[in-house]
Design a protein around this ligand. Structure first.
Ligand SMILES: Cc1ncc(COP(=O)(O)O)c(C=O)c1O
Ligand SMILES: N[C@@H](CCOP(=O)(O)O)C(=O)O
Length: 464
């Protein structure tokens, strides 16, 4: 398997070089040159596999044996050893037509742990085997940052800097990142929003001299391995749900940077029989507008009860667009230039119909988000976090009769108590989260100013 850039100007790479490259050197995103197809018979054979076994099967199509099987196996088992559920991502039935895939049993109580625990192991492995310097640079709306820091904690030879939007992440998210006092961790709290943070890091990755001089590596979903690791739980969810072979299965995914749902799109392209892929967003509804009208136009940023999805510029949209327009790198580059110059991309006719057959989408308003949390707490005694509540509201909007819905629970409700307290629900915090409130915080507050951020980064990466 080789990996290429959506923009066509990067020589084809192997698996490890793709991981190390992160953002493609031509400004695009790396994707596999071909997508392996899993037959229905193979899929049925996978039904009895554990999460870890399934992970190894799926990765075997992508790693080109660049990592010996036993080494990969050890990384995978280590990655999931500290999850609080033996199934890693258990499926919780709510009623006859709805299942919740709980993705929050990792160390930071969010779905990001599933891929980032593995990425921490992988970066550490590459650093040791190839004697590579690993300087991670990432942007977060709250969850990626915390999970990435936990993923690399205590691992030699790795430094990590995370940019988060100042005052725009939940208190627990902030504490999870900033109570870490390790010398290889730098938290920059940027006066701006997530899109500003993501733009700064993308600009720095695009500066190839800076990227190579400071050995910058990506942990955001611009890195293809994040996408691939997230496909595993789509397969797992499908295989765990009883009746999935006979009924239509819809999957509803709380979405922001479009990484999680793009993993679902990839799983579907690999042959996983998903009926509807449902994009659930909040009032930052660029993806809903795109699916309904064909216009992809970043709008004004709005702070909502689901802050991790407060994103306008969805990074992985480029990967989807590449497939949508027939894997034409020149056309894709033209679209991305148009997005820069005109501030929007417009899709019409049959291509728009294709979008509407690939996805359904709903931008869930704040009020509906809270109503959904109350409703499921009362009817099922099951407490949803606000992101998952958006996913459930979108499931309710699109799940048809006789169809089964799986909604991804992307975070534990304790991470977003600010919203849940508004509806007078009192929750007990897990002890790992409770303990954070007693710890001192370490972060540097900076203006949204690239030069200032660069100076801080240079000092951080150069010292020791
Ligand atoms: C809790 C939660 N739900 C949903 C999302 C959106 O996922 P994605 O950015 O992969 O679309 C995020 C952030 O990414 C998140 O932290
Ligand atoms: N919601 C995310 C935003 C970054 O997404 P990523 O999947 O590209 O890492 C977060 O929690 O930081």
């Amino acid at each position: 398997m080789k990996y290429i850039s959506t923009r066509g100007n990067v020589e084809a790479k192997g698996f490890i070089d793709t991981v190390l490259m992160g953002l493609a050197d031509d400004g695009g995103l790396m994707i596999p040159s071909e997508i392996p197809i899993i037959s229905a018979a193979t899929l049925e054979e996978w039904r009895s596999l554990s999460y870890q076994e399934l992970f190894l099967k799926i990765f075997s199509y992508y790693t080109n044996d660049e990592i010996p099987y036993e080494d990969l196996k050890e990384m995978v088992y280590t990655s999931y050893a500290n999850f609080r559920a033996p199934e890693v991502t258990p499926v919780h039935p709510i009623n006859d037509s709805l299942y919740v895939l709980e993705l929050f049993h990792g160390p930071t109580f969010a779905f990001k742990d599933v891929a980032l625990q593995f990425m921490g192991e992988l970066y550490s492995y590459i650093s040791k085997k190839q004697n590579k310097i690993i300087h991670i640079l990432g942007a977060t709306s709250g969850d990626t940052g915390a999970a990435a820091i936990q993923g690399v904690r205590g691992k030699e030879g790795i430094k990590i800097c995370i940019l988060h939007p100042h005052g725009k992440v939940s208190k627990v998210q902030e504490l999870q990142m900033t109570t870490v006092d390790d010398s290889n961790v730098l938290n920059l709290s940027v006066k701006g929003n997530f899109d500003d943070c993501q733009k700064v890091i993308k600009d720095l990755f695009a500066d190839l001299d800076f990227k190579s001089k400071y050995h910058l590596r990506a942990i955001n979903s611009i890195n293809f391995v994040r996408i691939l690791a997230q496909t595993v739980y789509y397969f797992y969810a499908y295989l765990q749900v009883e009746g999935s072979a006979d009924k239509k299965i819809n999957i509803s995914v709380p979405s922001g940077n479009f990484g999680n749902i793009f993993s679902g799109y990839l799983a579907k392209k690999m042959g996983l029989p998903i009926n509807k892929l449902i994009i659930a967003t909040n009032e930052n509804n660029i993806l809903e507008r795109f699916v309904n009208t064909g216009e992809y136009k970043p709008g004004d940023f709005t702070s909502t009860y689901s802050p991790s999805m407060d994103i306008q510029v969805a990074s992985n949209f480029e990967r989807y667009l590449y497939y949508l327009i027939g894997e034409d790198t020149e056309k894709l580059s033209a679209y991305m230039s148009a997005l820069q110059s005109d501030g929007k991309i417009t899709i019409e006719g049959e291509t728009l119909q294709q979008v509407q057959s690939d996805f359904a989408a709903l931008g869930v308003k704040n009020e509906l988000c809270l109503d959904t949390i109350s409703k499921y707490q009362k009817a099922h005694g099951y407490l949803l976090d606000p992101h998952t509540a958006c996913g459930i509201a979108a499931y309710e909007a699109f799940n048809g009769p006789d169809e089964l819905g799986i909604t991804f629970a992307t975070a534990h409700p304790a991470k977003f108590d600010e919203a849940i307290a508004l509806i007078d629900i009192k929750q007990e915090f897990p002890e790992e989260i409770e303990a954070l409130f007693l710890m001192p915080q370490h972060q540097t507050v900076v203006d949204h100013n690239k030069d200032e951020i660069v100076q801080l980064l240079k000092f951080f990466y150069e010292v020791n």
